[in-house]
Design a protein around this ligand. Structure first.
Ligand code: CU
Length: 364
């Protein structure tokens, strides 16, 4: 082969290589199967749906029960809204094809805390989302994936994670069982109601320092000095956990309740029920081979547990983190990770008064 021939061959090989790279990149963008294909394959006793979600990153200010304000940022599904901390609960059914779009745009809220400079990227623990890399300012990216297995998952940012998770970039991702939406997994107890509790903590001093650095300049904050002083269930500290019925367990005698617990914080939490032992049926997005009873459950950062409560007695019972400092607001008890299990009679009455926290209510 003469020199020109060799040059042509090299050029052709380079072009072929580029073409393969492009095809490969496109293939990575595509879901592995479409819902009709999944349905045809008979993998799920359910016709999978296409589920579209969009998450924007926005500022917010958390107001704690003692009046402390914490600057934070997190996700919202509302283009013009403030962040929700935790982010919106995204619920799908096993087999669904999910299009989850992450948008990094100008925040219409006026505090401009989330500058968006480093970009954002989503991870869902338990799913291998395509590693898109940071979604930079002005960009959006849609993650495509099949919600292949029922379970309790969470999504969070994986760019500058130590700062971004502290700020509030996390939320619950729930995959309901395709076999029966009223059980978490095949052959686990049927439930009448389900709750999701996202646990996290915040260091109000470091949040203020981060906010000041952003607006006035200064050296980068060392988040390893993290000393949380507020402890949150679904973004609220007691007694604000009493404000929204979704943040406490409210049922009727005889009902069975599924509680999905997600530790989105950086510290361990020790969730404890008064009055009940609960059945642990799932951990970290999987059904346990052997369920077991507990009344105090250690949850390490990132862990999820699915627990079943059988409401077999009427009353009001505390449900709280048994690490006592986590049941405070800036060191003052009661606060933080405390909520209630309210079990009414079938006629809706409940003879039990709201317990005095200082005597721990209906026993410990
Ligand atoms: Cu207690």
């Amino acid at each position: 082969m003469n020199t020109r021939g060799k040059t042509r061959l090299v050029l052709a090989l380079v072009l072929l290589g580029v073409a393969l790279l492009v095809i490969g990149a496109l293939a990575l963008q595509l879901p592995t199967a479409t819902p009709p294909q999944i349905a045809a394959a008979g993998l799920y006793p359910y016709t999978p749906q296409v589920r579209n979600f969009t998450l924007y990153v926005r500022d917010t200010v958390l107001k704690l029960p003692d009046g402390t304000l914490i600057h934070a940022f997190g996700y919202t599904d509302d283009l013009h809204g403030h962040a929700k901390i935790p982010g919106p609960v995204l619920t799908v059914t096993e087999g669904d094809m999910v299009n989850l779009t992450l948008v990094n745009d100008e925040d219409p809220t006026n505090t401009k805390f989330n500058a968006g400079g480093d970009g954002y990227a989503l991870a869902i623990d338990g799913f291998g989302l395509a590693d898109r890399g940071p979604v930079k300012m002005g960009q959006r990216y849609t993650y495509h994936f099949i919600a292949a297995r029922a379970g309790t998952y969470w999504y969070h940012c994986r760019v500058n994670a130590i700062q971004h998770l502290q700020m509030g970039l996390y939320g619950a991702f729930i995959v309901q069982s395709a076999a029966d939406a009223s059980s978490a997994y095949p052959n686990t107890p049927l439930f009448n109601k389900q709750y999701t509790f996202v646990l996290s903590e915040m260091d109000s001093v470091e949040h203020q320092q981060e906010y000041d650095i952003l607006h006035k300049g200064g050296p980068a904050l060392n988040w390893n000095n993290y000393q949380p002083d507020y402890f949150l269930m679904n973004g609220r500290a007691y007694p604000d956990t009493m404000m929204d019925p979704a943040d406490s367990i409210n049922g009727t005698l005889g009902q069975t309740v599924l509680v999905r617990l997600i530790n989105a914080g950086s510290e361990v939490h020790m969730m404890h029920t008064h009055g009940f032992h609960f059945l642990v049926i799932g951990a970290n997005g999987r059904k346990l081979d052997q369920s077991y009873y507990k009344d105090t459950l250690l949850m390490e950062p990132g862990e999820r547990y699915d627990i079943i409560l059988r409401l077999n007695q009427v009353g009001r019972f505390m449900f709280h983190d048994h690490i006592d400092e986590d049941a405070t607001n800036n060191g003052v008890y009661p606060g933080g990770m405390i909520t209630m299990i309210n079990v009414n009679n079938i006629d809706g009455t409940n003879p039990a008064p709201m317990p005095s926290m200082n005597t721990s209510g209906n026993g410990t």
